[in-house]
Design a protein around this ligand. Structure first.
Ligand SMILES: NC(=O)c1ccc[n+]([C@@H]2O[C@H](COP(=O)([O-])OP(=O)(O)OC[C@H]3O[C@@H](n4cnc5c(N)ncnc54)[C@H](O)[C@@H]3O)[C@@H](O)[C@H]2O)c1
Ligand SMILES: O=C(O)[C@H](O)COP(=O)(O)O
Length: 317
């Protein structure tokens, strides 16, 4: 059987407005019903562009797409795309920097409030009619607290703005933003991660994962028994076994995590039994607004690239 014609394969659902943008330009678009290779393969066979999300695009999938000229990720992280395969064929890769930043920043602040006010435990107490909760739990205001941001990209900058509006002191350790620029924004410059962890009441992670976790047992000890750790970036930034131990032993006061090293969480994971931990299932960039912005931004980039190389029917280079 001949492969169905598909100019642009969308591996995971995207905003309908983004599909319309591509179709109105004359592209045949297929939105995959499944990410199984057997389902994608016939569409990859003719695809000039692939738009993916957290599924990424594997070496095998790229090899199955001989006409591929562009890959787009509707989101920030491109960690699951096999970049060496794209580079070997000079295929550009685009993502949507900043398009979901406001949503993630708001979630990071939400996780801080959830930890500071013990909202998960408070919800359970209220459901069970326990109105003595406030006598048993010591909660605190964000105002006046010190927030340490690890990384200072699109999301961290928005978190900083909201946190300052809450009356928090904000510092960051960033290799990419000069101290003078930070000072103009009312942000303190921290010389290194150890100093930031020791200074902050709340540490919030907004960087890109490195080869080894940036938050390990030693840095958890620096964050300290009254400290809170927030992660809306990538799970690999934290040594999760060390975090589980720190939470159980009261070495830190709480944590809020939207991301884990392996998602969804595996049964028996040491974090599952931990007190003062709030988990969300990687929802940071999944508001209606973020999905619309990421979808339209990536569809626009794919279209521009295909037009530039003369691969859109009826549109010259
Ligand atoms: N939870 C979610 O749903 C969600 C949504 C969007 C992004 N994220 C993650 O949040 C993190 C931050 O995203 P962002 O949109 O602010 O990204 P960004 O690219 O704007 O910022 C990332 C920051 O990482 C640091 N960095 C490390 N190595 C760098 C390098 N070589 N060049 C430049 N900067 C470097 C910098 O401080 C930079 O500011 C990423 O890990 C991203 O994958 C998560
Ligand atoms: O990198 C991103 O933009 C976020 O992690 C979004 O991931 P998701 O596509 O799994 O929501």
């Amino acid at each position: 059987m001949d492969a169905p014609r598909c100019d642009c394969l969308i591996v995971q659902p995207i905003a309908q407005s983004a599909v319309r943008l591509l179709e109105d330009a004359g592209l045949v678009v297929h939105v995959a019903a499944s990410t199984a290779f057997a389902h994608l393969e016939p569409y990859l066979a003719t695809a000039r562009a692939v738009i993916t999300r957290n599924h990424g695009l594997s070496e095998e999938e790229i090899a199955a797409a001989p006409d591929l000229r562009m890959v787009g990720v509707h989101g920030t992280g491109t960690d699951k795309v096999h970049k060496a395969s794209l580079a070997a064929r000079d295929i550009p890769l685009a993502n949507t920097p900043g398009a979901n930043a406001q949503s993630v920043a708001e979630l990071a602040i939400g996780l801080m409030l959830t930890c500071a006010r013990s909202l998960v435990a408070a919800d359970q107490a209220s459901r069970s009619g326990d109105h003595l909760f406030s006598q048993k739990h010591r909660t605190f205001e964000l105002s006046g607290r010190r927030l340490g941001l690890v990384g200072y990209g699109h999301i961290a900058k928005l978190v900083a703005g909201i946190a300052r509006a809450f009356g928090m002191e904000v510092a960051t350790v960033s290799r990419f933003t000069p101290a003078e620029e930070l000072a103009e924004q009312g942000i303190l410059f921290s010389p290194d991660l150890d100093s930031l962890c020791a200074w902050a009441d709340i540490v919030s992670l907004h960087g890109i994962p490195q080869a080894t976790p940036v938050i390990d047992a030693r840095r958890l000890a620096l964050i300290g028994a009254n400290g809170i750790l927030i992660n809306t970036a990538r799970g690999a930034l934290i040594d999760e076994d060390a975090l589980a131990t720190a939470l159980r032993d009261g070495m830190i006061a709480g944590a809020g995590l939207d991301v884990l090293t392996v998602e969804p969480i595996i049964s028996g994971h040491p974090l599952l039994d931990c007190p003062n931990l709030v988990l969300t299932p990687h929802i940071g960039g999944s508001t209606n607004e973020a999905l619309e912005k990421t979808g339209l931004q990536i569809a626009g980039k794919v279209l521009a690239e295909l037009k530039a190389i003369g691969r859109v029917p009826g549109a010259g280079p």
